[in-house]
Design a protein around this ligand. Structure first.
Ligand SMILES: [Zn+2]
Length: 158
């Protein structure tokens, strides 16, 4: 799967679901430069396999809900999909939800990470989420929606 293939196929899937606030490259690309990975290095960048698109869409829906909770503001993604070798390289946990397309490290413009985590706690599906509180971002995943044990909570915003 090339990046172009991913953009086309995932883009069509997102459009079919009416999701227009997120682009396929936000799912697979963002955050890599900050870890010293070149963005377009084909040996390192791997677009997610297509069977993960439904999981990405589940997470998109929650992120769209987050976007419109309270004062509507964009949700920015620091890190979403990680292929297994990339996950290993950056020291991710072995069964990281980031490898399923069902996790993203995010901020909501104009809100603190603590406020974002609190908004997610108020979501009707919060019992299906993993929520990690960090000083400069919030980790959100939809583990319970793909059959993994949930909920999960960790970290503090300090
Ligand atoms: Zn994360």
């Amino acid at each position: 799967m090339t990046k172009d293939d991913w953009v086309e196929v995932c883009g069509e899937a997102l459009a079919a679901q009416g999701i227009d606030h997120f682009h396929p490259l936000e799912i697979c690309d963002v955050g890599r430069e900050s870890h010293g990975m070149r963005l377009y290095d084909p040996w390192r960048l791997r677009a997610p396999p297509l069977y993960l698109i439904p999981t990405a869409i589940m997470l998109c829906r929650v992120l769209c809900d987050l976007r419109s909770t309270g004062r509507p503001m964009p949700v920015r993604v620091n890190s979403w999909y990680r292929d297994p070798s990339y996950n290993h390289r950056i020291g991710g946990v072995p069964r990281s939800m980031h490898m399923t397309c069902g996790a993203a490290d995010i901020i909501k413009v104009g809100f603190t990470p603590a406020e974002v985590a609190d908004m997610l706690e108020g979501h009707p599906d919060a019992n299906l989420f993993g929520i990690g509180r960090y000083k400069s971002f919030t980790h959100l995943d939809v583990r319970g929606m793909i059959g993994r044990p949930s909920p999960a909570r960790w970290g503090s915003n300090e």
